[in-house]
Design a binder for this molecule. Sequence first.
Ligand code: LLP
Length: 405
Amino acid sequence: MPQVLSHRQLADIATAFGTPVYVYHAERITEQYNLLKEAFREVNATFFYACKALTNINILKHIKSIGCNADCSSVNEVLLAVVAGFPPENILYTSSNISFAEIEAAEELGVHINIDSLSNLEKFGRKYGHSYPVGIRLRPNIMAGGNLKISTGHNKSKFGIPLEDIDKVLALMQETNLHIRTLHIHTGSEIKDVEVFAKGIEVLFSLVNHFPDLKVVDLGGGFKVPYAPGEEGTDIKALGAKVAEEFSSFEKQFGRKLEVWFEPGKFLVSEAGYLITSVNVLKQSGDIRFAGVDSGLNHLIRPMFYGAYHHIENISNDTGQMLPYTVVGNICETDTFADNRMISEIREDDYLVLYNAGAYGMEMASNYNSRFRPAEVLVKNNKPVLIRRRETLQDILNTQVVAAD
Ligand code: LLP
């Protein structure tokens, strides 16, 4: 059974640190990482945590301490990974429509880079030629992922170099003597179907012969984790077995050994995170029972942005009667966390916890309505420690420049 923080532990944290508060469980992250290592033990696999999911420096340090690498999506994330202590060879920068200046900055830091446009690839080739091994992010034209907003590999997606342009990549490689070491794809988030990954491998293997310097096939992230009770995630064991099978038959056929890289975000941190809120008001409207909490889409945008499901429990009243509630935030526009959801009877001031809040929760939070973002607490060895203090009005004013009258 996966480790979970108990209602009592969560309620004590809410009382000690106030709400709204994000809580992360270090050992749960480790547990997920161990599952990956175990499932892929037959292949030469390396995991780069897609730190866009949750970049608190303490989380990055924990990820490093368990032997996992870091995948970044901006040069600032690369710099955070450096601050957290990752050496450059353990940092990967997978770019998306970025300026060439950012690629130059990443090159200077000495990290692995996946380039996702012909135009940046050409600039890179002209400037660095064979001197700096690089990866290319391809768009494999595969439809995958939990919903269209988080699908990235299909044929209308902005991500990567379209497969149709492979001849242009090869021409650039000839012309500028580019050293292409990695072929990368990331087809989407919340991919349950193992066959999607197999299809991606097939696409990349079919290109290998064009790339004499190739060492790595990078399949991105996107492993699905369960959000709703009874829902199933990606069968990670089956995926590991499938990848092992594909790579071993590739080796037999081509006589070449390749490494496989992955960039899991949600898989590592989603289930390790909780958002605890307090109930401000109860409001009855016809047969709708609203529970209005001290949080909203400014703190967890996933339900409103993606229609994402987050399981909710009333940790102040475990044994109450189950009743249908519509859980809403305190923001000045519709911000529904859950619609007509069965929850143990809610009273004002009760603590509600939203599960699976580790990935893309705090990371996508904002100061909308000039509200403070939540504090963050990390539980390690059963000890809760504050890892981001609550904001103040001064934090909101800090970057504003008061213009002269
Ligand atoms: N690698 C690349 C190149 C990515 O773009 C992403 C996610 C990942 C890895 C990690 O994917 P994961 O393992 O976390 O599914 N905000 C959305 C998810 C956006 C994902 C963006 N890219 C959400 O809350 O569902």
